[in-house]
Ligand binder design. Structure first.
Ligand SMILES: Nc1nc2c(ncn2[C@@H]2O[C@H](COP(=O)(O)OP(=O)(O)OP(=O)(O)O)[C@@H](O)[C@H]2O)c(=O)[nH]1
Length: 301
């Protein structure tokens, strides 16, 4: 970057139906993992920032929970967090999975986006799985409903088309000082990220067996004198009957979850990690204010 080039900085809110690939795209744009992903819908619970740098621009990406029709209190808090994430954005990026469109969730979203005053960008994801003609037809259909200033076709998973999109995003960012230090990639604390990494493993390893209502509560995060870090977390489940599923035979499942999370965390943190997990049954954890605050969601009584 030349010294005379003015810096740019802006906020892009990434919205879309559950499972569209929002977290995968944010990670790809940032160039490292800042948000967890899974095949399970509604993995992202709170608003998370991923901070991408490209040329003179700092692009602050708001990874929102998927927007869907809320039924439970937890769902309502997630949808509120999603829309809050779009406040004060310089652009709204609507991400769509062209194969599994989830129209019942996508259609209300399209209507809401159409009414927003911000610049709007359409990104059709998962092009690795989609056929060309339906993809173009979908872009045209959505383009008739919302005034998008740009349309991109990408694979967030493989990175195809993401570089070109990043180049284009730079030009959309207003001239401004960077909001975050150059080396900051996310606004999540290491403590929260650690809990999220464990939750990702919990979903990956038990996705069919364990219903959606489970959570990981950070208990302690202590730096040891030798430079390593000791992390304690609770795996919170809603029913005692789920406990044997999480533990597995002779504790083998929880051990595998802990081992995979520990390995990934040591890599991300660049140091040795000691991870201790234990299961806790809390029937109404999704009605607890403390849990909401730990997940970065607002509690609305
Ligand atoms: N084939 C393919 N799969 C993808 C692509 N992008 C994301 N996925 C997969 O789609 C699933 C959902 O991805 P996420 O990034 O967790 O989706 P999300 O929109 O953040 O989901 P929520 O947290 O439910 O809102 C994961 O299994 C991803 O690996 C892509 O470009 N191609």
């Amino acid at each position: 970057m030349s010294e005379n080039t003015p810096t740019r900085c802006g906020v892009v809110a990434v919205i879309g139906a559950p499972n569209a690939g929002k977290s995968t795209l944010v990670n790809q744009l940032v160039g490292q993992k800042v948000a967890i992903t899974s095949a399970k819908a509604q993995t992202t619970r709170a608003r998370m920032l991923g901070i991408a740098l490209h040329h003179e621009a700092q692009i602050v990406l708001v990874d929102t929970p998927g927007i869907f029709s809320p039924r439970r209190k937890l769902d309502r808090a997630m949808v509120t967090a999603a829309w809050d994430g779009t406040e004060a954005a310089d652009a709204i990026l609507l991400l769509v999975d062209p194969v599994k469109q989830r129209r019942h969730e996508l259609d209300p979203l399209i209507e809401a986006v159409a009414r927003r005053p911000e610049r709007k960008i359409l990104v059709l994801n998962k092009v690795d799985k989609a056929k060309k003609e339906p993809l173009l037809a979908l872009a045209q259909e959505l383009g008739e409903k919302v005034e998008f200033s740009e349309v991109f076709f990408v694979s967030a998973l493989s990175g195809d088309g993401v570089f070109e999109m990043k180049e284009a995003l730079v030009g959309m960012m207003p001239e401004a000082e960077w909001m975050y230090p150059e080396d900051q990639v996310s606004d999540a604390s290491e403590r929260l990220l650690a809990a999220e990494i464990t939750r990702e493993q919990l979903y990956r390893q038990l996705h069919e067996e364990l219903p959606y209502d489970s959570a990981v509560r950070p208990e302690s995060y202590t730096e040891r004198a030798d430079g390593s870090v000791e992390i304690r977390q609770q795996l919170v489940i809603g029913k005692a009957s789920q406990k044997p599923i999480v533990l597995g035979k002779g504790g083998s499942r929880i051990k595998a979850i802990g081992e995979a999370a520990r390995a990934e965390l040591s890599e991300i943190l660049g140091r040795k990690v000691h991870l201790f997990l234990h299961v806790r049954v809390e029937e109404n954890w999704d009605e607890s204010r403390e849990m909401y605050e730990e997940m970065g969601l607002d509690w609305k009584g």
